[in-house]
Write a protein that binds this ligand. Structure first.
Ligand SMILES: [Zn+2]
Ligand SMILES: [Zn+2]
Length: 319
């Protein structure tokens, strides 16, 4: 059974949303239609390895109909992605905001906000400006641990992207310190609270919610129970965020096992939150593939209905 299809349902009525195009599923249910929606991806504008242009081309090639570009604390990749957006693929402009609640790092996906809204823009810049000093502090800690990593090496790996832990982790792989990027995200190295970890400026999530809403956006708590990334916030905090206007939680994500997904789905039902699924694609830096997890078209339709700051953009170009 194809993961995106629900047998017999025909899946594609998505409310009044005009941007979803119907197209036949290529392989399995020839007479039915499916909409493939991936709402969380990264490009070289942050810590992905594909340029925004390559990312949207690969998304089209992967058979996706809708993709959100959600680089960390920046919308810088949107213009390039839009300039080559293939016909048949719709881009949802977004960002993944770095937040912290009671000492616990968490990520908030923001969709369809006004990218020029000054308060949210200023907060994104504040978080980004902290990235270089923070990376340098982590490099200093690694040097003190005997690892011969340099800022030049990490800056080369980051290229044009906003420098972050995945770039440092890639340097550790290059140096033979760890076998893979994932192995660098442990207490021994770069995980939250790890030996070489340095805190960064992160937004209080209740402030983030207010900023996103004021900019006309929709807020979804990214991978809320991804315990292997470090500590996670308690369910009571998710309830408080829901009370404060959180729209949804990302349930179907590679860092959630099936039991966790089931539990989060129940919590979302209880709290009246939308449930999303997405790949959190980072190109070759992580193992997930585009469309590995997807979002239900009805949920996507609801996200687009709630947003007032920006709109999904259907592609017109070829690439
Ligand atoms: Zn994240
Ligand atoms: Zn992400």
């Amino acid at each position: 059974m194809c993961r995106g299809c629900r047998a017999g349902s025909g899946v594609t009525e998505v409310g009044e949303n005009p941007v979803i195009l119907k197209r036949p599923h290529p392989s399995v249910h020839r007479l039915e239609y499916v909409v493939r929606i991936d709402l969380h991806t990264h490009s070289t504008a942050s810590d992905g390895t594909d340029t925004p242009a390559d990312l949207v081309r690969k998304a089209a090639a992967a058979g996706l109909d809708v993709i959100a570009l959600t680089d960390h604390d920046t919308t810088r990749g949107h213009a390039e992605a839009l300039s080559v957006l293939p016909a048949g693929l719709t881009l949802v402009p977004g960002a993944e905001l770095s937040c912290r609640l009671d000492g616990v790092s968490m990520h908030m996906l923001a969709y369809l906000f006004d990218p020029e809204e000054p308060a949210l823009l200023a907060e994104r810049e504040l978080v980004r400006d902290d990235r270089v000093p923070r990376a340098k502090s982590m490099i200093a800690k690694l040097n003190a641990l005997g690892v011969p990593i340099t800022w030049e090496q990490v800056a080369r790996i980051a290229g044009e992207g906003s420098v972050g832990r995945p770039h440092i982790a890639t340097a550790l792989v290059e140096l033979g310190v760890v076998p893979s990027v994932n192995d660098a995200f442990t207490q021994e190295w770069l995980a939250d609270g790890g030996r070489a970890y340095v805190e960064k400026h992160e937004t209080n999530p209740f402030d983030a919610l207010r900023l996103i809403k004021n900019a006309g956006g929709v807020a979804v708590f990214a991978h809320p129970a991804a315990t292997k990334r470090g500590r996670t916030v308690p369910e009571s905090a998710i309830a408080d965020l829901a009370e404060a206007g959180l729209d949804g939680i990302e349930v179907d994500h590679m860092d959630h096992d099936p039991d966790t997904r089931a539990r989060l789905r129940g919590l979302a039902r209880e709290l009246g939150l939308l449930v999303t699924g997405s790949s959190d694609y980072h190109g070759s830096r992580k193992t997930c593939v585009l469309g590995e997890f997807m979002t239900d078209p009805e949920v996507y339709g609801e996200i687009t209905r709630r947003a007032t700051g920006a709109f999904p953009v259907p592609g017109t170009g070829g690439a």
